[in-house]
Each structure stands twice: as C-alpha cells, then as structure tokens.
Design a protein around this ligand. Structure first.
Ligand SMILES: [Ca+2]
Length: 114
C-alpha cells in the first residue's frame, strides 16, 4: 500500500495477506516515509479460516491417494493410524466416518484424475 495519510486524519487500511505455512521468513512490515509523526492506534491481525480441501484427511494441503490410503487404514483399525482432520473425510456429511466415506473419497479421486 502506498497511500498517504493527511495530517490530523485517520485512514483505515484493510488487506489480506496469504503465506505458505512453510515460509519462515514471512513478515508484515510497516514502513513510514517522510516527515511527521504517525501513530498506529489499532492493528489487528486476524487469521482467516483456511479453505478446507475435501478429502484432505492428512491435512497436507492436497487431496490425493495418500488421504484415501490413510482413511482406509483408519477404518481397518490399523494401530497408530491417526487422522489429522477427520472432518475432511466425512464426505457423506453425517458426522461419522465409515466405508461409505471411503467409497466417496475413491470416486472423488478418480474424477480428479479424469
Ligand atoms: Ca492430503
């Protein structure tokens, strides 16, 4: 933003920033140029809800075969299998995970690759 704030006035700025979770160098910098004094009265950083990826049960940012395999292992009660985001696998939208969700995930994956 390169907006100018006139003396004795207040200006409201609002913008969205998106960064990759792996970006350790991400920073929000406020830089003031010129003469005078600027006071920052309110600065709010609000984390917006991440857009959910349907089927992304391992929460790695994409829906792929790894999610299907993970859900299948979980349904088979293989020890130490944990779902990072079980709601992402609830494709039936009935607040439970079962083989019907797995079937829909497989179908969804097939449609993605057509
Ligand atoms: Ca995934």
């Amino acid at each position: 933003m390169n907006d100018t704030v006139r003396p004795d006035s207040t200006q409201h700025f609002e913008t969205e920033f998106t960064t990759d979770v792996d970006d350790a160098n991400c920073a929000l910098v406020l830089e003031f140029k010129g003469n005078g004094t600027v006071k920052v009265e309110h600065l709010s950083l609000v984390a917006l809800e991440e857009e959910k990826i349907v089927g992304n049960v391992n929460a790695d940012g994409k829906f792929d075969i790894a999610d299907v395999v993970l859900l299948q292992k979980w349904i088979l009660a293989i020890p130490d299998v944990k779902l990072a985001d079980w709601k992402a696998a609830d494709l039936c939208k009935d607040n439970r995970l079962d083989v019907f969700d797995l079937c829909l995930m497989k179908r969804e994956l097939l449609y993605q690759n057509i």
